[in-house]
Ligand binder design. Structure first.
Ligand code: PLP
Length: 234
């Protein structure tokens, strides 16, 4: 059995090496530890090793962990799963970031439901860059309209873009898939000073994502090991 703290160290070293390889500044890429299906004990091990950003996919599980770990100061919770509108309130009341905003209705609800005493919810617009893999996400053609909408809502703040591409055979092919997204992100960041986050890269495509200007990688398996979905009751 490998240890979560060793895995974290290795993933951070991999990221540092990729920053060097692709001429990115050292430590400029954030690491989101994706803890879905994993017990809170595993999150605590990662926390004690210095990890602070955690990602969850399922609302019930995310809310339960947020509550159970409220004594662990400085955790930043990212919601990275699909959002059903009847669950948006729980997300608005607990999470610090949401990566999966791709519908007007959800954006409006998150803003309306964000409690007054919390800072604005940081949101990323999810873009569908390889249509066959998932139905989630808007197209790049729809991006301008969604950006205007999010920017008009008072209690959410647009921080950037997120995508989950279909896996490709090679690093070059994966970079090709990311290219239009990276270009759209660059334009968006030029036009919106608060935009600073491109959430791409998972355990199996870190090089292509970091070559494509990722600023936050979402890594689960390489930190916590393979997932067992039978643990999850949802
Ligand atoms: C599960 C998940 C990850 C982490 O995937 P790994 O392959 O385990 O690194 C990243 N992003 C999203 C949106 C996920 O659902």
């Amino acid at each position: 059995m490998t240890h979560i703290s060793d895995n974290l160290l290795r993933v951070k070293q991999d990221i540092n090496e990729l920053e060097t390889r692709f001429h990115r500044p050292q430590n400029s890429i954030s690491l989101l530890a994706v803890s879905k299906t994993k017990p809170t004990e595993d999150i605590i091990v990662a926390y004690n090793a210095g990890q602070r950003l955690f990602g969850e996919n399922y609302v019930q599980e995310a809310v339960a962990k947020h509550e159970a770990l409220s004594a662990y100061k400085g955790i930043v919770w990212h919601f990275i799963g699909p959002i059903q509108s009847n669950k948006s309130r729980q997300i608005a009341e607990t999470m610090d970031w949401v990566h999966t905003v791709d519908r007007e209705k959800i954006a409006r609800r998150l803003s309306e439901q964000r409690p007054e005493n919390m800072p604005p919810l940081n949101v990323l617009i999810q873009v569908n860059i390889s249509q066959e893999s998932t139905k989630a996400g808007i197209t790049l053609a729809e991006l301008g309209e969604m950006v205007d909408l999010v920017n008009s809502l008072p209690n959410i703040i647009l921080r950037g873009l997120m995508a989950i591409p279909a896996p490709q055979e090679s690093e070059e092919a994966q970079i090709d898939v990311y290219r239009p997204l990276a270009a759209a992100y660059e334009r968006l960041a030029k036009e919106n000073s608060q935009v600073d986050t491109l959430s791409i890269g998972m355990s199996n495509d870190l090089p292509a994502a970091i070559a494509s200007n990722s600023s936050l990688v979402r890594v689960g398996t390489a930190i916590f090991g393979a997932r067992d979905y039978s643990n999850l009751n949802k």
